[in-house]
Design a protein around this ligand. Structure first.
Ligand code: FAD
Length: 453
């Protein structure tokens, strides 16, 4: 990273834009929610798209790496700065304009996901993607990671709701895509979704809103074996049932949750499934309970009152934090497999846990075949990190063997880039690099992410 005199950038920012070079109080900006970290040279808090453009042009001129950042809740190291890089925070671009008649919202990338959901609900609509981090994560981060969430089994993921993007490329060019422009020949917005901040800085996001379907009944089903719960998930999907939510958690994940915040009615079990039924499908509750029983569930609890069910959903939303609290080192993976192979994956993780001296647990948006596998260590030494890296690789190889993917929703970032060749052959990786080069010829946009070194 070159030595940089930031004065010119400071004077190019608008009145509310901020440039920070004394980073003592900004430790949070050295990492995301993973165990990786790096020390930036400076942080810019942009207050509008002009600040973003001024910052990008400055970095372009000085060949300075630039790392876009939302709320820093990422789970793949996507906004972890390379040493000396400039972190560009879009948190303050948080305006929401809702057009109820069109069922569209136009948002700054810094809008917190829950604020968009609340704003849409205030006019009788909703925004469907709801990552478990929705009280903190930003829409810019959601788009850059193509975030999923609890309701995504029924409603789809972020990509299914983005109808247009505005973004600024590494050389300061503004891209208008989708809703923001006439019908283009190439839909460049599609490339930006899930690009993890490596192609351009997203400055505005148009999303579609939907009619809320209302809250269904919450069902908790406990199982004596994790693979019984996993088989239930497949049996339900094969029967054509699509609940609004279908979440899996294994026994150790449940223990972590109870240790973090004891919850009445959260039963000790080898695995739990947590469902919310589709309120428009009147027989769904009975059908789910029947399939759970056929697959040896040991306990069923039904909670029709959404307020009382909220305790159970809080457990699910807290899980990631609860597990992080349990260990000095947590490495979290988010593999996904076709739903017909979900039981094989769950059984494999269970067996890994039993044969390893590290604590390994799993939970996830089961209805989508997503499994979040956490590797926990009581100590954070380089030896532990190496050992866990090797366990992670074993998990990834198995996932690919099951026709799955390295990441269901958290992205590749820093954490998984060394493993990307397991999923993509060299010509495909090379093609992706050509696309990166077209957006970012000098390679300043979130370098060190996605592509293997
Ligand atoms: C407790 C917990 C629960 C979670 N649950 C889920 C879940 O259910 N589903 C899910 O998908 N994820 C989940 N996550 C992961 C994370 O919340 C998501 O990936 C989220 O989308 C990240 O948003 P963020 O604003 O925190 O982004 P950040 O972590 O700040 O950044 C993530 C990536 O987006 C890029 N980026 C951010 N803003 C911009 C921008 N304006 N322009 C271009 N690139 C940008 C960054 O460079 C980085 O690569 C969870 C995380 C935690 C801690």
């Amino acid at each position: 990273v070159p030595a940089v005199d930031y004065d010119k950038l400071r004077s190019a920012l608008s009145e509310n834009g901020r440039l920070i070079t004394d980073l003592a109080d900004y430790e949070a900006y050295t990492h995301d929610a993973t165990a990786d970290s790096g020390t930036p040279g400076a942080i810019v808090f942009a207050s509008n798209a002009n600040d973003v453009r001024a910052t990008v042009l400055f970095c372009h001129k000085h060949n300075l790496p630039i790392v876009p950042r939302g709320a820093g809740t990422g789970l793949s190291g996507g906004c972890v700065p390379s040493e000396g890089a400039l972190v560009l925070s879009t948190e303050a671009l948080d305006e929401i304009e809702i057009m109820p008649e069109e069922k569209i919202a136009v948002c700054g990338p810094g809008v917190i996901t829950r604020d968009l959901i609340d704003g849409a609900e205030a006019v009788g609509l909703t925004y469907a993607p709801d990552p478990a981090s929705y009280t903190e994560s930003t829409l810019g981060g959601n788009v850059a990671e193509n975030a999923g969430g609890l309701r995504c089994v029924k409603y789809g993921v972020t990509r299914d709701y983005v109808i247009g993007l505005q973004a600024i490329t590494a050389d300061g060019c503004t891209l208008d895509t989708g809703w923001f422009t006439e019908r283009p020949a190439f839909e460049l917005g599609e490339l930006l979704i899930g690009s993890e901040g490596t192609l351009a800085i997203i400055t505005s996001i148009a999303v579609s809103l939907v009619e809320p379907s209302g809250r269904g009944t919450t069902i908790l089903a406990a199982f004596g074996e994790p693979s019984d719960a996993a088989r239930t998930v497949f049996a339900l999907r094969r029967a054509g049932l699509v609940p609004t939510v279908m979440e899996f958690m294994d026994g150790d994940a449940i223990d972590c949750s109870n240790a973090y915040e004891p919850t009445e009615g959260l039963h000790k079990a080898a695995a739990l499934l947590l469902f919310e039924t589709d309120p428009h499908h009147h027989d769904m509750e009975r059908l789910i309970e029947g399939i759970c029983s056929d697959n040896h569930c040991t306990l069923l609890r039904t909670e029709p009152d959404p307020n009382r069910a909220e305790d159970l959903w809080r457990v699910r939303r807290n899980l990631s934090k609860a597990i992080t609290d349990m260990a000095a080192l947590r490495v979290s993976e988010d593999v996904a497999v076709p739903i017909s192979r979900f039981a094989d994956l769950v059984a494999f993780v269970d067996q890994m846990n039993h044969s390893s001296h590290y604590r390994i647990n799993a939970f996830g948006h089961a209805g989508d075949g997503n499994l979040h596998v956490s590797f926990l260590s009581e100590h954070d030494t380089s030896r532990d990190r190496e050992n866990i890296d090797s366990l992670v690789e074993t998990l990834m190889r198995k996932t690919i063997e099951l026709d799955g993917t390295l990441t269901g929703e958290h992205g590749i970032g820093l954490a998984k880039r060394r493993l990307l060749p397991l999923e993509f052959d060299p010509p495909t990786l090379q093609f992706m690099r050509h696309i990166k080069d077209a957006f970012d010829p000098t390679g300043i946009m979130n370098p060190d992410k996605i592509f293997p070194v």
